[in-house]
Unconditional design. Structure first.
Length: 174
């Protein structure tokens, strides 16, 4: 049943897979890539530390690495095949769950919460931008036919659990 649903969503996005939209979604996919995420987490850690908010650094890495370890363990345990690929786009690891979606919510979600906690007057705008970024990274994976919708939702669920766990360790939610 889920396979049919995922296939239908994938097919419905076929008209979106052309031109400049593919360039834009590829950019969002790159933001969720592992190498980019590690660099972003390192820079965020340095900024947090130098800004007197060092108590957020260890939980940021706990959430990021814990969510990634969980995702990759499940990915290889389940071994789900990816959707039919677009020309010139290739992914080598199993599809379920989406590591990009996991990174999006774990890392960028934690960062949005951290920034919002320090800027209460702007917290809803900050959180809204965080939600939009997380959505666009996950959506990019589906548009590029690298994941099914349920892969992305599972990545969000894993990251959401780690985000809840890690955030409760450092601060009250904004």
């Amino acid at each position: 049943m889920l396979e049919a649903f995922d296939a239908a969503v994938n097919a419905a996005l076929t008209p979106w897979r052309q031109g400049m939209l593919l360039v834009a979604v590829a950019w969002f996919t790159d933001i969720g890539a592992g190498h980019t995420a590690v660099a972003v987490a390192a820079v965020a850690s340095a900024l947090l530390w130098s800004g007197g908010r060092g108590r957020f650094v260890a939980p940021l890495w706990l959430v990021f690495l814990g969510a990634e370890a969980t995702t990759w363990s499940i990915k290889f345990a389940v071994g789900r095949l990816r959707p039919p690929s677009l020309p010139g786009i290739e992914a080598l690891s199993p599809s379920f769950p989406s590591a990009h979606a996991t990174v999006a919510l774990a890392l960028y979600g934690f960062m949005a919460l951290t920034v919002a906690a320090g800027a209460p007057r702007h917290r809803w705008a900050i959180l809204g931008c965080g939600v939009l970024l997380v959505f666009l990274i996950g959506f990019s994976r589906i548009v590029l036919s690298l994941h099914y919708l349920t892969d992305v939702l599972a990545g969000y669920a894993i990251a959401g659990a780690w985000l809840w766990f890690g955030w409760r360790r450092v601060a009250r939610p904004p």
